[in-house]
Design a protein around this ligand. Sequence first.
Ligand code: ATP
Length: 455
Amino acid sequence: TEKTMDKLVALCKGRGFIYPGSEIYGGLANTWDFGPLGVELKNNIKSAWRKKFIQECKYNVGLDSAILMNPQTWVASGHIGGFSDPLMDCKACKTRHRADNLIEDFDGTNCAGWSNEQMMDYIREKGITCPNCGKADFTDIRQFNLMFKTFQGVTEDSKSELYLRPETAQGIFVNFMNIQRTTRKKVPFGVAQVGKSFRNEITPGNFIFRVREFEQMELEFFCKPGTDLDWFYFWKDYCKKWLLSLGINEENLRLRDHDQEELCFYSKATTDFEYLFPFGWGELWGVADRTDYDLTQHIKTSGQKMEYFDPETNEKYVPYVIEPSLGVERLFLAVITEAYDEEQLEDGTTRNVMHFHPYLAPVKAAVLPLSKKLADKAGEIADELSKYFCVDYDDAGAIGKRYRRQDEIGTPFCITYDFDSVEDGCVTVRERDSMKQERMPIADVKKYIEDRIAF
Ligand code: ATP
């Protein structure tokens, strides 16, 4: 199956996964609204993450911190000083570009760690041209801060300035002491949260891959200095296994270690999990050993004590942090890329089917009465099952067509209620991938499906 972005975007819009934002007003570029199926899939992705990283993990606890934070947070984290992209304008056509993107798109060179001068020299030396107008006449590079600024209260002066958080991580760091005290957790332990982040990206695009409003699933794992690299490998492995268990194909995944030049100055080790999207490899998940950088910065900026007292060794120290940070939209895009299939059937026809892991599938089961005369009984089954999981009910059209509609949205089970069902109290359950059908008592259906959507 050839998977293209155009096909995925069309499927998402046509089936109600994702619509262009504010469409009736001509849209707002690079914003997207998650439709009825999209919101289910997205919630299932988040709940699979919370299950694995909080519920099933004895080390970790959850948090839901505020999007608006005291601006000192961003002084401490370095976002006010350093969170910026190198921008240049094309003098000829006035379009704006990221210098590092111009270089990467030109010959694949990754210029992480380069200075602005190095990038400018490279662009001039190679005669790199504007992708919009083809001219090679750029301004110098300026750094552009990626944080969205807003104001709180009635006055719009600098004292009331706030930022929308560009990552969820800082909400965890500022709560480190609160959480440690109230949970009485001993290091090593982690704090995990899912939430919106905002970045005024210069070059959003590739559908939901790079957007300005997105969700992150972040874990900050606090450990004793010296044990950090062991935990770094532990979490890399944990993250990878989780992706594979959700049906991500190992061939479409690569773990790329940052070399010395690419590493942030405070990071001891960083690995990007990259996924082979239809447009090429792109970062899905960043796993980093952030050392004690963040906590130390907050200690300096706030003047508060944020050291951990180890009751076993009677030592005081600032823990090191391992951070796996994953974007919900990026995993969503990986999941639909992975699931998409135009299957050639033996009879020569093509079946469009989304092979979602049943736990992620937006709709778990569709109840399909063979005739509208059977609507009452079939409706009762749908009502009962909908207490436990998302159910669709469809009585319109030929049964084969109805199966295909469910295949297209990745519903793992179709339950057909026919005239025999009235007599024998049984229904036919059809499985999406194998298309195999099995007859079973109505009373068994709930358990049958629950066993198969378990994760
Ligand atoms: P990139 O290099 O792609 O800009 P990044 O290295 O800046 O990403 P991080 O700051 O490490 O990204 O953010 C952690 C994760 O958050 C990323 O791996 C990605 O999944 C997600 N993410 C970051 N920026 C965006 C965005 N603009 N849109 C969607 N997801 C994002």
